[in-house]
Design a protein around this ligand. Structure first.
Ligand SMILES: [Zn+2]
Length: 453
């Protein structure tokens, strides 16, 4: 077979995969959440597959060449493979930059930083969850078939509100709340241990969890001895610190130290429970796709409007920089890079950019800056398109939904609007968004406009 024929076969295979995933629906009507990791292979076939994945994504879906929402693409960058201009796969990094600028994916995984944080290299499960390095009885490192058994998320802003601004009180309530988190996680563990292989044959009997069990066998062996993780999640470090230091605390070292102390404490609990129960308790920076809205609403009903905390109608995700602020990608990376050491069970950083299509060097400068600092970085950039007037850029969120700033089009049939709704992208004109996310995105749009000025 000729190389050119093989090349075409690879491209066609990757295109079929993209279309198949985007035309499949789960029983609740969603496209299956699939994440595709790639980027490290250096032989001819590996390179062609990587190029095909990116070219298919760049080409778009259907007659309007819409941006594919799934699979999520995660491109690995490694020094010596594709990071520097002298590396053999540097050309593929350039293609990945173009694809991120035009289609928002791929997000990037920085090899050396990831190994430093989680112990070995792997692609995230789902949008941001990472398993720690783990060896089986024979000393072999295993990733395939391992899993996360769930997460219970702590509402940190509520603890801060209830403390009334008293640090001592904050830590007392924190300690009480952690007991509830522990009870909930242990309850969950008990529930999953009751599962029977015949309840979910794909998982237990046909190898999805890495072993083939028979009916009636105990499933615990798939989870214990620290093989599975189970997670302590958290939300709203920004709002928690705001209770003590006001809404502009990011450059205040004492305030920053307080937020680090929170994740450090969570990690200390996780380590202690791991030693006690033999399950790998990890700290997870919850995506909080709906909690961002729900926790805020519950607290607003109970405690009223509190400036920069409940009054903005959403809580900030995990350790993320307050989305309302004007901050450069470099400042944002510097601010956030200290947290994942304590919450390596799940994390992602995003940087916001104005339209990048004509300035890939700028995006590369951020990726290169990030390489030794953060492990997992996403690109948020306006890529909306209007088929009424051929506008390309950012649709404006309005009361009637997303609107073309050129011609006022709000018809989802003649527009392609793509926003990041958690670790994943979504199309908010086709699927209603959670309110808090809408607010976050409104703020981001304002921020992007200010960068354009
Ligand atoms: Zn338009």
């Amino acid at each position: 077979m000729l190389r050119s024929e093989q090349k075409k076969d690879i491209y066609d295979a990757m295109q079929s995969l993209e279309y198949e995933i985007n035309t499949l629906y789960t029983s609740n009507g969603q496209t299956p959440f699939v994440t595709l990791g790639f980027g490290l292979g250096e032989d001819w076939f590996a390179r062609e597959i990587q190029v095909a994945i990116l070219k298919v994504r760049l080409g778009g879906i259907g007659k309007d060449k819409q941006t594919a929402i799934f699979p999520k693409l995660v491109f690995s960058i490694k020094r010596g493979t594709n990071l520097d201009i002298t590396d053999s796969n540097y050309d593929i990094k350039l293609l990945a930059l173009e694809c991120s600028a035009k289609r928002m994916y791929p997000d990037v995984l920085n090899y050396d930083s990831l190994v430093r944080l989680v112990g070995d290299f792997k692609v995230p499960m789902g949008c941001r969850s990472f398993l720690p390095a783990w060896q089986d009885m024979n000393g072999e490192f295993v990733n395939a078939g391992r899993n996360n058994l769930g997460v219970v998320t702590l509402n940190v802003p509520r603890i801060a509100i209830q403390s009334g601004g008293d640090k001592k009180r904050f830590w007392e309530i924190f300690t009480e709340r952690m007991q509830t988190v522990k009870d909930a996680l242990l309850f969950r563990l008990e529930r999953v241990r009751e599962a029977k292989p015949e309840n979910a044959p794909i998982l237990y009997k046909y190898g999805a969890f890495g072993k083939r069990l028979d009916d009636g066998q105990d499933v615990t062996q798939l989870f214990d001895k620290e093989r599975s993780t189970i997670s302590i999640g958290y939300i709203g470090l920004y709002e928690a610190a705001t209770m003590f230091y006001g809404g502009k605390w990011e450059r205040n070292p004492e305030a920053k130290a307080f937020t680090i102390e929170v994740v450090k404490e969570l990690k200390a609990y996780a380590d202690a429970w791991k030693a006690e129960y033999g399950y790998w308790f990890s700290v997870y920076s919850t995506p909080s796709e709906s909690l961002t809205d729900r926790f805020n609403r519950l607290d607003r009903e109970k405690y009223g409007d509190i400036k920069d905390i409940t009054d903005k109608e959403y809580y900030q995700n995990s350790f993320h920089y307050d989305v309302r602020k004007k901050v450069t990608p470099f400042e944002k990376i510097d601010f956030e890079m200290e947290y994942p050491e304590y919450c390596s069970g799940g994390f992602i950083h995003y940087c916001e950019y104005p339209k990048l299509v004509h300035n890939l060097k700028a995006l590369e400068a951020v990726w290169d800056y990030a390489y030794d600092r953060v492990a997992y970085l996403g690109t948020n950039t306006p890529i909306d398109r209007c088929y009424e007037c051929s506008f390309e850029g950012e649709f404006v969120p309005t009361a009637e939904g997303f609107k073309c700033p050129e011609c006022g089009n709000t018809n989802p049939e003649t527009a392609d609007v793509v926003k990041r709704t958690c670790g994943y992208l979504g199309n908010p004109m086709k699927r209603p968004m959670v309110h808090g996310r809408h607010e976050e995105i409104t703020q981001r749009v304002k921020h992007l406009e200010s960068l354009d000025e």
